[in-house]
Design a binder for this molecule. Structure first.
Ligand code: BJ8
Length: 430
């Protein structure tokens, strides 16, 4: 294996706080080892994803910096609604900037209220504390008018980095679709300005195919988890879907397909990292950005299998593909608009599709129960949990509602509640 490179000069150039960053890498390494590397019977193809995580702040950032040296632009995003195809078509590199760790929260709280969603505090804190090389590598960041916390945080981000905010409608009627299409065109203009390239039917068509291929690979991974016992742990599948936001799309797709080849063989031999007959759990709700592994780790360490995530880092992110039949730019933009409006974030009202999707996913994966996961202070998901609860209750599927943040302070309490929930699921079986 090649000798590990010294990335410190690159981090210095990016203006990172080297001491704090060393601390972050140490905490992440320890946590990764506990959550991932101690699993038994993992698919060997997870080796690629272990490598990506180990080089997330090293080799991947170097790739971004090398691409920038060649004149390409890096565009940061925080939400599934930002159409990545347009960035790719213009030879830009899209990176997800949502963060899932508590480190940096103290710095964030100098600017933001304490009682704010941990995801927002985390991405702000990572940047403000000089810990996020992705943020520093970006030429522009793209926000969106989803929840209030994010909207207002983008106003603060503008002081640090060029920020453009897409106006996302809150409903899905004809006028909202027209607004979203106009926003799509405005986004094209912004990306053309930043990249210095022109959107054409050819480059957009290719980008649509590239991103669809990635979604198809993620769908294949999703389908592999329907097996009983599942051939891969929920936390490994989550990790793969977290990495989708950072990795080179074509390389990622190839690696996921390779993993799926192995999973399909494992399924035939009933090889699984979990126990045969373990309760099957779907996690539904807020996204879990890297390195937020807290909940699936507790659930799986308690003897259950997490078989699906009804979340943006999960089903919601790849459920639907963009129609590849468009020929003119306008047809392709229409196809993008239609696909992106199928995303069922709780920021929309009304949002019956999401409730339907939780039910469908639970049935399709033969789930014994659902854990509804809200990040504390995330009003849209916390409120929508009631609709999810009612629908599941009518279908006879047990639900556990969890509200938590990125701290480890409530792990004991979560463990107790999850143990009790899993005991109840097991009792229903016997
Ligand atoms: S499409 S879920 S990525 S907005 S958890 S910051 S909603 S208070 S992340 Fe999201 Fe796009 Fe929707 Fe997905 Fe606000 Fe809630 Fe925090 Fe959230």
């Amino acid at each position: 294996m090649a000798e590990k490179q010294d990335y410190r000069p690159m981090w210095t150039e990016l203006g990172l706080d080297l001491e704090g960053h060393d601390g972050l890498l140490k905490v992440l390494g320890d946590s990764y080892s506990e959550v991932y590397l101690h699993q038994e019977n993992r698919p060997s193809a997870m080796e690629y994803f272990d490598f990506v995580v180990s080089e997330a702040h090293g080799l991947r950032i170097k790739e971004l910096m090398d691409a920038k040296d060649e004149g390409r632009k890096v565009i940061g995003t925080f939400c599934l609604y930002v159409p990545e195809e347009i960035i790719l078509a213009l030879d830009g590199i899209s990176v997800g900037l949502c963060a899932g760790a508590e480190i940096g929260a103290e710095k964030a709280e100098e600017y933001l209220p304490r009682n704010l969603c941990a995801l927002i505090k985390s991405f702000m804190g990572f940047e403000l504390a000089g810990l996020c090389p992705y943020f520093r590598a970006c030429d522009i960041v793209i926000g969106e008018t989803t929840c209030d916390g994010k909207k207002k945080a983008y106003e603060l981000l503008e002081d640090i980095k060029e920020t453009y905010v897409m106006e996302l409608p809150q409903k899905k009627e004809e006028t909202d679709r027209a607004l979203w299409k106009a926003e799509g065109y405005k986004f094209v203009e912004v990306c053309e300005r930043v990249t210095g390239k022109k959107l054409t039917p050819d480059n957009l068509k290719e980008a649509i195919r590239t991103v669809n291929d990635r979604r198809r690979a993620q769908l294949r991974l999703r389908d592999a988890r329907r097996a009983s016992p599942p051939p891969i742990s929920g936390r490994d599948a989550l990790l793969v879907n977290q990495i989708a936001f950072y990795d080179n799309p074509a390389r990622f797709t190839e690696s996921v397909n390779k993993l799926c080849d192995e999973l399909e063989t494992r399924t035939e031999g009933k090889v699984s990292p979990g126990d045969n007959g373990a309760p099957r759990v779907v996690i539904s709700g807020c996204p879990m950005a890297l390195p937020n592994w807290k909940l699936p780790f507790i659930v799986e360490s308690s003897g259950a299998d997490v078989v699906a995530e009804e979340s943006c880092v999960g089903e919601r992110g790849f459920r639907t593909l963009v129609d590849e039949d468009g020929e003119t730019l306008d047809e392709m933009i229409d196809n993008l608009v239609d696909r992106y409006l199928t995303i069922d974030c709780a920021c929309f009202t009304p949002n019956p599709e999401r409730v339907e999707h939780v039910l469908e996913t639970s049935r399709e994966f033969d789930a014994d129960g659902v854990i509804h996961y809200s990040i504390s202070f995330c009003t849209p998901y916390m409120v929508e949990a009631k609709k999810v609860e009612d629908a599941l209750s009518a279908a006879g599927i047990p639900l556990l509602k969890i509200e938590t943040d990125y701290s480890q302070g409530d792990v004991g309490q979560l463990q107790t509640r999850i143990d009790a929930f899993l005991e109840m699921l097991k009792a229903r079986h016997s």
